[in-house]
Design a protein around this ligand. Structure first.
Ligand code: FAD
Length: 313
């Protein structure tokens, strides 16, 4: 059903989105929007710049009876399947990327950022303004909204530890602010207590602690070590699997003999076995079949279920 409706919307999209001044692409090559640099096509991809354009796009989908859409930020944790994507994709690539800091409690300050703020830009801003506790953003190329949704981080800290509140727009078009008390952060996930519909994160408030330049640079130095132990220069989605409780997924994959193993141009990284890299022309199917082979072997050899951290659309 959605396929037919999307076709109808697509037919009118050029006129409708142009009139509303909202950027869009038909037949978007999704490999260009994923850090894995592979993916099929999306019939329609929309790039709202602000809340008003996002709401207008959702109203347009609703007018065509389309229930739902896919949402992406920097695309650093999303693998797009080979198949055609039959729901519109909303990209936050062009979305509000303002950053401001204002008063907080005690010596804390609150950073207010649009969801489209890139994490590396955010980190530069925080370092320049002497805020600590954010070194774990180093080497992340996603956006602020995606980092909150994924509770991105490291063993040392996660985005959820910094979040004070977020602004959201529900798929039904309701816009509100959600305080920290309702935000349930867990391992690479964030949920909103009492919210029964999907939502877009449109703005993020982080509580920040001023720190000395020496301390900040010292913490950042710790994260710079990742460059030698992780394939940060290759096309990848970061860690593919969640670490099972008390274990390291990378170590398990290495122990069961998959370091360097490949399917087509998708290969388990020699530097870090929890990364699958695209050596050039990997298809999404190469990546998913590698994931499946590893999961089956981990279960057979070690009785361990390796669950994916990445999102497959
Ligand atoms: C080289 C490399 C290293 C990495 N290292 C780490 C690491 O150390 N730790 C870590 O946790 N992650 C890591 N990642 C993964 C990734 O960078 C993070 O999860 C990142 O924060 C995701 O942000 P994004 O904007 O790219 O989200 P996307 O990949 O675009 O989306 C991820 C999920 O968030 C949802 N989403 C995105 N934006 C919004 C929004 N505005 N509103 C609602 N939902 C949204 C999407 O629907 C999807 O489900 C790494 C990735 C790479 C490529």
């Amino acid at each position: 059903m959605d396929k037919v409706l999307l076709k109808a919307l697509k037919k009118d999209a050029a006129g409708a989105f142009k009139t509303a001044g909202i950027e869009f692409i038909e037949k978007a090559e999704m490999g260009s929007f994923s850090s894995m640099k592979t993916g099929g096509f999306a019939d329609l991809m929309v790039f709202p710049k602000d809340d008003a354009e996002l709401l207008a796009a959702m109203r347009m989908f609703e007018a065509y009876g389309l229930k739902g859409c896919h949402v992406i930020g920097g695309g650093t944790n999303v693998l797009f399947a080979d198949d055609k994507i039959c729901l519109p994709v909303i990209s936050f690539k062009k979305f509000n990327a303002r950053i401001e800091t204002g008063g907080g409690e005690g010596c804390e300050k609150v950073l207010q950022g649009g969801s489209g703020v890139g994490l590396s830009r955010n980190l530069n801003y925080l370092v320049k303004n002497n805020f600590g506790g954010c070194g774990f953003f180093l080497g992340h190329s996603g956006d602020l909204g995606g980092a909150v949704r994924m509770n991105a981080g490291s063993r040392e800290s996660v985005t959820g530890n910094l979040v004070n509140k977020i602004e959201i727009i529900t798929y039904g078009g309701k816009k509100f602010t959600v305080g920290r008390g309702r935000l349930k952060f867990s391992y690479r996930n964030m949920e909103i207590a009492g919210l029964n519909e999907n939502c877009f994160i449109t703005g993020v408030y982080l509580s920040l602690r001023p720190s000395s330049r020496e301390e900040i640079m010292g913490r950042i130095g710790v994260y710079k070590g990742r460059k030698s132990s992780q394939p940060l220069g290759d096309s990848s989605l970061g860690c593919i699997f969640k670490n099972p409780s008390g274990e390291s997924a990378g170590r398990i994959i290495e122990e069961i003999g998959f370091k360097g193993y490949s399917r087509g141009d998708a290969a388990v990284s020699q530097k870090h076995a929890n990364f699958i890299i695209n050596k050039g022309c990997a298809r999404p199917g190469d990546v998913t079949s590698l994931i499946k082979i590893i999961q089956e072997k981990a279960m057979r050899a070690r009785g361990i279920a390796l669950n994916t951290e990445i999102k497959i659309i």
